[in-house]
Every structure is written in structure tokens, then in C-alpha cells.
Write a protein that binds this ligand. Sequence first.
Ligand code: TRP
Length: 479
Amino acid sequence: MSSNNTSNELLQKTTEEDNCLKEDEVTPWKVCATSTGGIDYHKLIKKFGCEAIDGKLIKKFEQVTKMKAHTWLRRGLFFSNKDLSKILDQYSEGKPIYIYTGRGPSSEAMHLGHLVPFIFTKYLQDALGAIVVIQMSDDEKFAFKGNKEDKSVEYYNELTYKNAIDIIACGFDLDKTYIFSNYRQMGKELYYNTVKINQSTTGNQIRGIYGLDLNNNMGELSWPAFQCSPAFSSSFPDILHKNGEYGPLHPDGSRDYIGKQIYCLVPMAIDQDPYFRMARDFADKYKKNGYLKPATIHTKFLVGLGGIKEKMSSSSSSVPTLYLTDSIETIKNNIIKHAFSGGKDTKALHLKYGGNLYTDVCYQYLLYFMDSDEELAKIAHDYRSGKMMSGEIKKIMAEVVGNVITQHQEKASKVTDSIIRQFFTRDREFNLNVYERDDVVLESDEVYDTYGINFDTTFGAIPPEGAVEYEKEQMDKMN
Ligand code: TRP
């Protein structure tokens, strides 16, 4: 009986993996690349109807916010958007905007990949002086995982507060940030918007957008509206529209917010985009009621240690995950032992052909976490030419990522219960002011042209003769 179960599970797994071999698959539940070259992000931008972030937009970002672009913008890691330009226009006209993102608390510990959108959201909070609301979707995780993991909704709710430590440690400004458990706080205006979204969405649309069907439970099927509703400012009138216009008193003493809404920007990993396509469609239908389409900005996935075909994930079992709570020794060991190398199998081959920067997991991590372009360019050239060995780049990456996590752990250790409590408290004063800043020195347009989607992540490093052909041969063998 149990062996039967196992083989069934295996069968299911192989067919799932097979499915993925036809086309890159990026949904809120599954991310999987068909080629050893990783996910084709250009294709994804087209498929999702988004726009690439190019040098022009980055220049506008710097001009308007008076902040230098984050390394991740410049290097094309936050690579896609909808209406970011509109948000910048609002900001430059002195009109308020706000930021919404979220986290499904599904594991005790968050990993390094989870941190990327939050580090960037905190940067956007500074750049735009904006209020940030963070939805902890414990109810979502209960709907999607509760049966499989045999866990209660209270369990996922506990994870909300555990995960909040790592989120707060990213440095969010308490006076400008509200974090909430969706399970405990869904109600009032958030619920009013959820009601409207659910009423305007058919089951067929849910099936079409998310691939869910009638075998899914009702929690899963109705989840999308809950993720969409915080993207409308009328869901938080007490925070965002304190002095706005309210309608007449209802018999129960409540009032509706009837004033103007403000624009929302949602930073996220690209797999969450389906929710916000739905939110934008809804806003279109409710335009006459003052609903505004949320703007989005998307990050690529931080790849797993096992190779660039997979994102870092808590559920992948073949290679270890870099958990933020792991000891630094464990993290470094895991990197040295398991990071997929773009280097060659023998020293002689490596000296001849050098390392493949695209498939080398350590190099990909350095793109995120090594700030200096000069240092990174040198590594790119030395590793690509074969001068730097794969052991060396691993050591460098282990050091850099080790430092990032050490610093994070120090900040996380200072997040007390009382601090958590404050972030989760809704009834308090929020700071809606934006910051005054001096202009920044802008680059020339030629420099901006090399930013964002056009950024050369190899820094001009040229593969040795025959290396590309050799690497292609090796990849074909693996596929
Ligand atoms: N669905 C996301 C997850 O599974 C969590 C989430 C909730 C979210 N609201 C969001 C992500 C808004 C991005 C933006 O992790």
C-alpha cells in the first residue's frame, strides 16, 4: 500500500516535470524553465503583457526620486513593469502613492530568495517616501497547503509573525509601514473591495488565469480576490485617506470612504503577476467608481543552488536552500558543496574554456549581492577566461552572501515582540510625508542605454575560442 503510494507520487512528479519541458512555466504555484539557459524573461514579458525596464525609465526614476537606481534596477534584475512611469509622474506632481506587497508564510524560516522583493520594497519606500502595506497571506497558505501538510490555519498564522521578523529586519520605516495577517484582519474596507472583486469575477476567469479547477477547494478558488483587494487605496482609508471624504453614517455607525483613490505600486516576483492582471481588469470595470489600475514592478527569480533552471525554493529537496536562520558555517558549506558551477570538469579544460557566467550559480548570486561593478567585472573577465577557478568564485560568493546573511541576522535579532506588535497595529499615526532631497547627478544618456534590460551581465567578458561550442555540447547532453 505504501509502496504503491510512493510510485503514484513519483508518477505524478515525472508527469509534472515533463509538462514543464514543453514551455517555461511561471504561475503562482510553479516556476520551471525548459532550457538549461534558465527562464526566458523576454518571452515572459511579452506573454504577461508587461514592459521591460530600460535605461530611459531608470533615468526618469533617478530624476524624479532624486535617488540613484538600486543595483538590481541597473543590472536588470528588477526587469519588468506596468505603469511605473505613471507612479513616477504622480510622485513628481506631489501626489501621494502607496506600495503593496505580501508574503505567504509557508515555512518557519524564510530563505534568501524570499528576501529580494522585500529588500527592494524597502528601497522603494525610501525612494518614494511611501506608505507600504504588507499582506501576510496565512489564509492563502492554509487553503493551498493545509490539507497536504495536515496543518491548521492557526499554524500558518503563527508563521506570519515568525516571518515578519525577517521582513521587518529589511529596515522598513515603522511610521510608514503596516503589516497584517490576512486571516486575522480581513474585514471592513478590505472586505468591501474583496466582495466587489469576487462579484465581478467568474469561475471560468479564475480557471483561465490560474489554472485552478473545481477540484480545488473554495479557499483556493476565492483566494485571488483577497490578494487583489489591498492594491486599492480605498481598502485602507484610515491609513491613506484620513482626511478624505466619507459618506453618510450607516445605521451601524460606519461610513464609506467616497473620496478619490491614490495609485498603488506592487513590487513582486514575476510569478505573482496574474493576480495583478486580474486587479487591473477589475479596476477597468470599476473605473467610474474611481478605482485605479495598480502599477507593478517585477523581479527575476533568485536561482536555487542546484542550477539556473529552478528558483530558490523551500520545497526543493535535491539541493539545500539558503535559509536566513542557518548558521553562517552551514550557509558557506552549502554553497561550496552544492552551488552549480559553470566551470569545467578538469583543470585543463577550465584553463582552456573558462567558466560559463550564465549557468554559474555563484556568478548569478554575485550579480545580486556584489555591489561594486568594478569588482564584479574583474571576476567576470577572470572567470570567463579560465584564470579564476570555480573553487575561487565559490569562496568569493560564500563570503559575500555570508556577509549579507550575517548582517540580516543581526538586524533580525533586534526585532522584539513589541516591535512586531507595533508594525501589526493599524490604529496609529502613519507618516504620509515625502522626503526633501537634493538633486542627484545624472549619467549621460549613453550610460543609461546600458542599464536595465540592456545591462551586459558579463561586463564584456568574451569566452575563449571554442568555449561556447563546448558548453553547448555539454548542455545538450544534460537536457
Ligand atoms: N501569494 C504570495 C505568496 O504566495 C503572497 C502575497 C500576498 C503577495 N499578497 C501579495 C505577493 C502581494 C506579492 C504581492 O507568497
